[in-house]
Ligand binder design. Structure first.
Ligand code: NAD
Length: 480
């Protein structure tokens, strides 16, 4: 049991203003595994005051970037010694299969810190340009201010780090509100920030639900909101920020298409598609959940998927033999079950899985990994984000039709093309309206921008563009 009775506010462990607690429940055993204080508005006020003071008067934004980089380097090295315990903790908290936690839940945040450090080491914080009257204009990048960070529960450290690392390097101060399902990993991270010597006031961690999130979004002491989560919440946050002219960036949902071309061997596709479509129990914004297959090969693709998904081991996420674990919460299990029923009502055909518990599991928030065939792209199971191990196989007539279907979505976060012809793969990738699209696998790259077209978000994380989300450009025109 991981128990905390204090909150991390302004770089110190302090008693919470209220008495409510958040119990973290294992999605596998349905037993409590941790408890933290639930932050209140008063705690947020204290966190914002500390962040405001650290930003307006403290050393952090005024240091040379190299000095901040040195502190974040120390944080990176300390983080590296906690990869295994962080991975195990995230599995305990939210049911991510341990193989995935060890591959991504803690190593990917470390890689994010590392890539932002490398990008920052050669970044031009001040550049000189030729101005319109022949004078030399200075363009300077300054930290954007106090940042409110609101991450989801599915990749909790990963989403925090994609914001924390660039914001720290930029010279911002932060108030982070972890999702109520996953506060524990954020508390461990706070201890590592202290060890690294991040100055007081720079980071606070205030766990709570959506009301607390909205309080942070509306807070006048915050200059920018950096949000990752559902499109529905993103719309609300964007509306509030728009009214206040507060800066914001949104990384939202997805319903990504995997376009399988006729020239590729299906066995090799299935090996990679298993990960691309079903990582983290299907609870991934980038999951390739619409599988597009030509009519000529439709039956073969459905058969291959049915075999691949039917063979997946489901069970205790701490057992690395299990590819699929439980969903994060009972409400998520019910939501996915509702979509499995809905697909059948809409006329899609279950070829593997379906409703009901996987055999041998009498507790835990499990669902059966499910493949739907005979799906048309206008069905709700093809348009809405399910966020579980549920795949929809959609037939296409030809390449043009495949691209049309891929783009016929309110989302545009990610996508993939599967072909033996590398040039054709890139040609199709150019025509799909999605933020990151890969050929013959799915991967993001931490040195390149990541984010959504359409309802998948605004702004870009990762890469130089991800650092610049936390910087504001200032032009200085010297005397001439
Ligand atoms: P969610 O939107 O319900 O919650 C996300 C976070 O926002 C939580 O911390 C929650 O407490 C808070 N929140 C919710 N409503 C809020 C509001 N109105 N104002 C302020 N804060 C609010 O999403 P979730 O169920 O936790 O996460 C799953 C969603 O996140 C999926 O849609 C998934 O696609 C998306 N996601 C996107 C990315 C990406 O990079 N694009 C990455 C991971 C997850």
């Amino acid at each position: 049991m991981h128990t905390y009775d204090k909150l991390f506010i302004g770089g110190q462990w302090v008693a919470p203003a209220g008495s409510n607690v958040i119990d973290v429940i294992s999605p596998h055993s349905e037993e409590p595994v941790g408890r933290v204080p639930e932050a209140t508005n008063a705690d947020v006020d204290a966190a914002v005051a500390a962040a405001r003071n650290a930003f307006d008067r403290g050393p952090w934004p005024r240091m040379a970037p190299q000095e901040r980089i040195a502190v974040v380097e120390r944080f990176k090295d300390i983080y590296a010694t906690h990869l295994a315990d962080m991975a195990a903790l995230i599995t305990e908290e939210m049911g991510s299969p341990l193989w995935f936690s060890e591959l991504a839940q803690s190593p990917a945040p470390w890689m994010q810190i590392n890539s932002f450090l490398q990008i920052a080491s050669t970044y031009e914080w001040e550049e000189t340009r030729a101005g319109m009257l022949g004078e030399q204009v200075i363009v300077r990048r300054e930290p954007i201010g106090v940042v409110g960070v609101i991450p989801p529960w599915n990749v909790p450290q990963f989403t925090i780090m994609s914001k924390l690392a660039p914001a720290l390097i930029a010279g911002c101060t932060l108030v982070i509100k972890p999702a109520p399902e996953t506060p524990l990993d954020a508390f461990v991270m706070a201890e590592l920030l202290v060890e690294a010597g991040v100055p007081e006031g720079v980071v606070s961690i205030v766990p709570g639900g959506r009301e607390l999130g909205e309080y942070i979004v509306r807070h006048p002491g915050i200059d920018k909101i950096s949000f990752t989560g559902s499109t529905a919440a993103g719309r609300k946050i964007g509306a509030i920020c728009g009214e206040q002219l507060k800066r914001f960036s949104l990384e939202l949902g997805g319903k990504s298409a995997a376009i399988i071309c006729d020239d590729i061997d299906l066995d090799s596709v299935m090996d990679e598609l298993k990960f691309a479509a079903l990582m983290n129990n299907g609870q991934a914004c980038i999951a390739q959940t619409r599988i597009l297959a030509s009519r000529g090969r439709y039956a073969d693709v459905v058969d291959s998927l049915a075999t691949m998904v039917g063979d997946l081991k489901v069970g205790d996420p701490a057992d690395k033999e299990n590819y699929i674990g439980p969903l994060v919460a009972k409400r998520q299990q019910e939501r996915v079950e509702k979509y499995i029923a809905l697909g059948q009502e809409e006329g899609a055909r279950v070829v593997v899985g379906g409703s009901g518990r996987p055999s041998g599991l009498d507790k835990g928030w499990y669902v059966q990994p499910t493949v739907f065939a005979d799906v048309s792209n206008d069905m709700r199971i093809a348009q809405e984000e399910i966020f579980g191990p549920v795949l929809a196989v959609i037939p296409y007539d030809d390449e043009e039709d495949a691209i049309r279907i891929a783009n016929d979505s309110e989302y545009g976060l990610a996508g993939s093309v599967w072909t033996n012809d590398a040039a054709k793969g890139l040609d199709i990738a150019r025509r799909v309206r999605a933020g990151t699209i890969a050929v013959n696998r799915y991967l993001m790259d931490f040195f390149a921008p990541f984010g959504g077209f359409k309802a998948s978000g605004l702004g870009r994380g990762f890469g130089r563009e991800g650092l610049e989300e936390y910087l504001a450009a200032k032009t200085m025109i010297p005397a001439f």
